[in-house]
Design a protein. Sequence first.
Length: 106
Amino acid sequence: IEKSLAGTRDSILSAAREAAESAVRSLAGSSANTAAVSGLAQDLKTLEALTRRSDERNSRTFEAIHDTLLKIVDRLGSLETGEATEAASEFTQPAAPVRARAARAS
C-alpha cells in the first residue's frame, strides 16, 4: 500500500510539473503573463506540500497499525502461555490419595 501511495504521489507531481512546464513554454515571452506563471509555480509548490503531508500522515497511520498489531500478537502470546501454564500445573499437582477420593464420593 505504501509503495502504491508513493507511486501515486510521484505520478501526480510529475503530471503537475509537466503541465506547469507546458504552460510556461506557451506563456513565455509575454510580460503580461508573468503573474500567471508565478501563480502556476506557487500552485505547484502548494501541491507538492500537500502530497508530502498526506504521505507523512499515511506513514504515521501505517506505523500505528503496525504497533497495534504487535501488541495484539504479544497479548495473544501471553494468553496462550497462560493457558499452557494452567494446563501443565493441573498435571503436575500430586494426585489425591485413593482413600480421600473414596471418602468424598460417599
